[in-house]
Design a protein. Structure first.
Length: 340
């Protein structure tokens, strides 16, 4: 069994299509050529030179390797992992079909393979850091083999997606798979740190600090049974402004389901809050996401990604005590175009 990394667009724009249609697509614009007719990577290079005449040779070679892997190297029974760009999650599937070219699909969906998604919404925090490094390549398609990732991920699948092995003692980043998404790696490090340091009631304390930095006066329930209310918040002065917000914070190891959302809505009514904020470190099940359109004007959802985004956005305005507990440093790095 080989393990392949497949990305659903540079911004995750194709993720829902991949999941809903049980397919992975090779999303190169205007590449309406049957790749079964290519016998070698040089044939693929000639196709790319014709399709993208202004493309640089190095970029086209990079693309040719990825396209060849998708059309020729992947085999039925191999596993694919698709990192979500929308949430801090990974999706796993098994290839069930050979490469297919279909001009009727339209650009950029000319090339696909059938996939059975057997594990969706697996939190990135379940995985050891060296495996996340292996999944950090910028490439759209590549095989993941470093750090014995294939065997370790298969063992995790048999162990409820918990790591049954001791993580490798490594922090080195190999360049076997090309350039790496340093921003994503930094984010993973922050997520792990916050997940350890602010477990349980500590996460409510962090969310309260973020809300204060955003200009809200807050009340936080003491540690222990909270009757569905972790935080009440409203704009200054003195918290008498509007909107009034009721916040519930969950740090369980599994995504939050619909009953928790229903509980929050009920507590909002009891506390005279017009709006609610449901925070879940492990994300939300699809039953919650399906309610987003009907609850759009009443409830917001914060998962890991949203918490980190909000934290970074207001970091300079956080209380000194919180900043001391989360010592972040802003750095600059090149943001070169991503080819493939």
């Amino acid at each position: 069994m080989a393990l392949w990394l497949v990305r659903a667009g540079s911004s995750g724009e194709y993720e829902k299509k991949f999941l809903d249609e049980n397919r992975i697509y090779l999303t190169w614009d205007d590449l309406d050529v049957n790749l079964q007719e290519a016998s070698t990577k040089d044939d693929v290079m000639r196709i790319l030179d014709t399709t993208y005449p202004n493309g640089k040779p190095a970029r086209n070679r990079n693309w040719a390797n990825q396209i060849w892997a998708f059309a020729k190297d992947m085999e039925v029974g191999d596993w694919v992992v698709m990192p979500s760009k929308m949430k801090s999650l990974l999706h796993f599937g098994e290839l069930e079909g050979d490469y297919v070219h279909d001009s009727r699909q339209g650009s950029p969906y000319f090339h696909h393979r059938k996939v059975k998604w057997f594990a969706k919404d697996i939190p990135r925090t379940n995985f050891d850091q060296d495996i996340l490094y292996s999944l950090g390549a910028f490439l759209t398609v590549c095989r993941i083999s470093r750090n014995d990732a294939e065997a370790r991920i298969k063992a995790m699948a048999q162990n409820g997606w918990k790591s049954p092995v001791t993580p490798l003692d490594t922090t080195a980043i190999s360049d076997d798979d090309g350039e790496f998404d340093l921003e994503l790696m930094a984010n993973d490090t922050i997520v792990r740190y916050i997940g350890r340091k602010f477990k349980g009631h500590g996460m409510a304390r962090l969310v309260e600090a973020i809300l204060k930095a955003k200009g809200y006066a807050t009340y936080m329930s003491p540690e222990g049974p909270d009757k569905g209310i972790d935080i009440l918040a409203a704009p200054e002065p003195l918290g008498f402004g509007r909107p009034r917000i009721c916040v519930q914070v969950k740090t369980t190891d599994t995504p939050v389901d619909r009953p928790t959302l229903d509980q929050l809505i009920g507590v909002m009514q009891n506390s005279n809050a017009e709006q609610g904020l449901l925070v879940s470190w492990s994300g939300f099940k699809s039953s919650v996401h399906r309610e987003i359109p009907t609850q759009f004007f009443r409830v917001r959802l914060w998962d890991q990604t949203a918490i980190i985004d909000e934290l970074i956005a207001c970091y300079d305005r956080l209380d000194e005590d919180i900043r001391a507990e989360i010592p972040l440093k802003r750095i600059w790095t090149l943001a070169l175009p991503q080819d493939g």
